[in-house]
Design a protein around this ligand. Structure first.
Ligand SMILES: *Cc1c(COP(=O)(O)O)cnc(C)c1O
Ligand SMILES: [Zn+2]
Length: 558
């Protein structure tokens, strides 16, 4: 596989312009403490190579790897994200006398929303940083997508969702084995609870729009549209083509911010000849960007009590994206528009009936925005418009999950100072963590064991790849239970067992032997003498493993 030429990448602070080579994971600018850092690439080199080398690559998000900030391709966590179709909305176009309406069908991502791009890149970066447990706050789709990619990467995920998120979305998060925490409050409050939880537990916190990976992933929407449009419209003086308008329903604003950067890079590389205008559509009951823009504000005025049924886009406090997008719309044209829930649900029906596109309300919101901007004459009927059809919900049926698949954090209803309620609420999350040591030299076996444990209960996992390191780890970490492979280099599992039994303090630690070895009668005798539980690799289910572990833990408690 190819490897990135990181030497040529630079990190630049959007606030003060400070720049340094992109070879360490910075969250803040070392000069001004600003938390918006951009990556700059070797555009000249890439522009020369691109259209040509791209021809031989699969049509997915990773075809653009030269402009994505992952250090080593071996860390990619991927399941076919990106590369979604661009569809011509023929019937809608006929009805509206607007013949150039195209739909970027992001429903077709692995978990059904354009968050799959963000998840793939962000989880890949987490893997690269060695993260094994992470926290994310979400209005639904980020949690769903991160859950799927975390499962694949072997990362344990804590998803904090407002209790307003529709139950079918919550269940979709839970089915991936994520720890679901429902917070009875707004999304903005939920974000703060999540951040505080991550801080207290020392866990990696996803930084939302402040994360480089998240914003950079969204550029790939722009790249793909630019490559796809010429298939319909031909290209002009440049190989690729930008639309006149990019329309998206907007919550935190990650999509349009990333898409804008994507087109800027394409213009800089001479691959398209213009920037599109951005139309940011918000739900009327939670439209802080729209109201702030109408008032001419530089910073967004938050909506403290969102009132919309489109929870996916109910971000009351849009943070730094607003300042960015407001400047873009002011300088380049574009629009902010608010849409009622009634109009959104009508658009949902229209798109399904006319062009066969059934989508979730958050996606329909963008189409309702298109209808309104056309009727106001803001968008002309002969312009080329791409609407991001951002998502669709998979119905996870109720009976699939038992009763207790989520934890709840109750925020006090009247909270002038949310911090006061916060500490109390977090105590509801106090964890009874069980410590498990895995001694295993085969990385794929470790990954499976780790994943089974992560997806069911709260386990802290320690891993060693040979017997000697394993014994040191057991002495240091004092696990509640040990999962032991028999065949390891140098000090094998039998020797580890002997050493444990000979150590007064460790002799009582329960050990579950997980092995692929065909045991001789002699070995059987040795193991059963030490009354070990034994699982044959490739011949046990996740349930059997968990039953053994719980059994071992109970036995220890006696
Ligand atoms: C996240 C999301 C949005 C809003 O995206 P932002 O660019 O982060 O504002 C819109 N629609 C769907 C379906 C989403 O999942
Ligand atoms: Zn700075």
């Amino acid at each position: 596989m190819e490897h990135h030429r990181l030497a040529s990448l630079q990190l630049r602070c959007a606030h003060c312009g400070y720049q340094e080579p992109f070879d360490r994971a910075l969250e803040r600018c070392p000069r001004c403490e600003g938390d918006w850092l951009d990556v700059l690439y070797d555009y000249e080199g890439i522009a020369g190579a691109w259209p040509e080398v791209l021809r031989d690559r699969p049509f997915d998000m990773w075809r653009y790897w030269e402009l994505l900030p992952l250090r080593d391709d071996a860390n990619r966590v991927t399941m076919g994200e990106g590369g979604t179709p661009l569809l011509h909305a023929i019937n809608l176009g006929m009805m509206l006398s607007a013949p150039y309406i195209y739909v970027k069908d992001e429903r077709q991502g692995p978990t059904g929303s354009f968050k799959d791009r963000q998840a793939s890149l962000s989880i890949s970066v987490m893997k690269e940083l060695g993260v094994t447990e992470a926290v994310v706050a979400s209005t639904g789709n980020v949690a769903i997508s991160y859950s799927a990619y975390s499962a694949l990467a072997g990362i344990k995920l804590w998803a904090f969702l407002t209790s307003l998120v529709p139950p079918e979305k919550m269940r979709e998060v839970a089915i991936y084995g994520t720890e679901v925490v429902k917070v009875t409050g707004t999304y903005d409050q939920t974000k703060r609870v999540a951040a505080e939880f991550a801080r207290r537990q020392g866990l990696y916190l996803d930084r939302g729009i402040r994360s480089i990976a998240a914003r950079e992933s969204m550029k790939t929407v722009a790249f793909e549209i630019a490559e796809q449009l010429p298939l319909f419209l031909g290209s002009g003086s440049t190989p690729w083509r930008a639309p006149d308008w990019y329309i998206q329903s907007v919550s935190g604003g990650m999509g349009p911010v990333g898409v804008w950067k994507g087109y800027q890079e394409l213009v800089q590389m001479g691959l398209v000849d213009r920037m599109p205008r951005l139309a940011c559509i918000q739900a009327r009951g939670c439209a802080p960007m729209v109201w702030s823009f109408e008032k001419g504000l530089e910073e967004a005025e938050p909506v403290l009590q969102p009132r919309t049924r489109v929870i996916t886009v109910a971000t009351g406090s849009p943070g730094p994206a607003y300042a960015f997008l407001a400047r873009v719309v002011r300088e380049h044209g574009g629009a902010f528009e608010a849409i009622s829930d009634g109009e959104t649900f009508r658009a949902m029906h229209v798109m399904a009936k006319l062009d066969g596109l059934s989508m979730e309300p958050a996606a329909a919101l963008a189409f309702a925005g298109l209808f309104k901007l056309l009727s106001k004459g803001v968008i002309r009927r002969d312009e080329v418009v791409v609407v991001n059809c951002s998502g669709h919900t998979f119905p996870v049926e109720k009976h699939l999950l038992g009763e207790e698949w989520a934890r709840t954090v109750e925020l006090p209803a009247e909270t002038p100072a949310i911090e006061e309620g916060l500490l109390g609420s977090l105590e509801q999350l106090d964890r009874s963590v069980r410590r498990v040591a895995i001694l295993e030299d085969d990385p794929s076996a470790v990954r499976l064991l780790r994943r089974i444990l992560q997806a069911c209960g709260d386990y802290q996992i320690f891993v060693a790849h040979d017997g000697r390191a394993g014994l040191e780890m057991i002495r240091r970490e004092r696990p509640d239970v040990v999962l032991l492979d028999l065949m390891m280099p140098e000090v094998d599992g039998f020797a580890v067992l002997d050493a444990l039994r000979a150590d007064e303090e460790l002799a009582g630690t329960p050990v579950i032997v997980v092995t692929a070895k065909e045991l001789t009668t002699d070995e059987w005798a040795r193991l059963s003498e030490q009354s070990q539980m034994l699982l044959q690799k490739g011949a046990f289910t996740d349930e059997e493993l968990l039953r053994e572990i719980l059994g071992a833990l109970e036995g220890k408690g006696e």
